[in-house]
Design a binder for this molecule. Structure first.
Ligand code: PAF
Length: 280
């Protein structure tokens, strides 16, 4: 497996491979866990023996609306290389900010307006976040020119935003969703979970239980309301807990369309997000 410090070096270092092979791309910010492992394995399986699976690791400053979140973000370069290798990657690239933002890292990325997708939920609570995600993912797609790119369903709204970006600017690209990987007690795997104390780690699983209760009620708003109140009584500070249309993310669900239950909560000094599917 190649480990490269720039896309330039990767393109040069495996010129013959990338000339012939379709690139299957897994963009990450590092601190890789089994959720990322599932993305890399899905890419490996789709790429087969001929395709080229490339993982990028870049902690993108423009998508952090909170400076302390950026400075605390875990960086585990050696372990990331090991995990990527075990899961079948052909190359891991650690690009620099100079390569990702040749004109300098902007204080805030150019705004992207995808309607409700860039206005509601995460967008409302993390101003500028999706502008940064769109800017860096666009640059990553341009650098890797993939046939397929793999994203976790855990960041459901990010997935919807990237699907829209691809539809508008990279119509040939296949955006492949990969189901959320959970700990045994249901907590969605996340790079930020390492910041939870063992006591807070125990209370964090309540998020998934609450989501499941809403699924059992077939997405009833009253159940979401009740579960939200129970979480708040237990000490969670919710940013949102909502039943939405799975594609548009509008809060109104139309009969027969797939829905999604979305949640974001501050708990134990960590901001946790999760979501689950509702059948149409
Ligand atoms: O999901 C992530 O890890 C990041 O948001 C991404 C897609 C790699 C862009 O920085």
């Amino acid at each position: 497996m190649l480990v490269m410090s720039s896309f330039h070096a990767w393109r040069t270092g495996c010129f013959s491979v990338t000339q012939k092979s379709a690139v299957h791309f897994v963009p990450t910010m590092g601190a890789l866990h089994d959720g990322h492992g599932a993305l890399i394995q899905a890419a490996r399986q789709a790429a087969g023996d001929d395709g080229h699976v490339v993982v990028s690791v870049y902690v993108n400053p423009t998508q952090f609306n909170d400076a302390s979140d950026l400075s605390k973000y875990p960086r585990t370069q050696d372990a990331d290389v090991d995990l990527a290798r075990c899961c079948g990657a052909d190359a891991v690239v650690f690009p620099t900010s100079e390569e990702m933002y040749p004109k300098g890292v902007p204080g805030r990325a150019e705004p992207s307006d995808y309607g409700a997708l860039t206005r509601l939920w995460e967008a409302a609570h993390r101003p500028g976040h999706f502008d940064g995600v769109v800017a860096v993912v666009r640059a990553l797609f341009e650098a890797t020119n993939p046939v397929a790119a793999y994203f976790g369903e855990k960041d459901w709204q990010q997935l919807a935003v990237i699907r829209r970006l691809a539809a508008l600017e990279f119509p040939e690209l296949d955006v492949v969703p990969v189901p959320t990987v959970r700990e045994e007690d249901g907590l969605a795997m996340s790079s930020r979970n390492v910041h939870l104390s063992s006591e807070d780690r125990e209370g964090a699983k309540a998020l998934y239980s609450a989501l499941q209760s809403v699924v059992r009620s077939d997405g009833a708003d009253e159940e979401a309301q009740k579960q939200g109140e129970l979480l708040e009584q237990a000490g969670h500070r919710l940013d949102y807990f909502a039943v939405v249309d799975a594609e548009t993310l509008e809060p109104k669900r139309m009969q027969g369309r797939p829905g999604r239950v979305l949640i974001a909560s501050h708990w134990g000094g960590v901001r946790l997000i999760d979501n689950v599917a509702l059948e149409g």
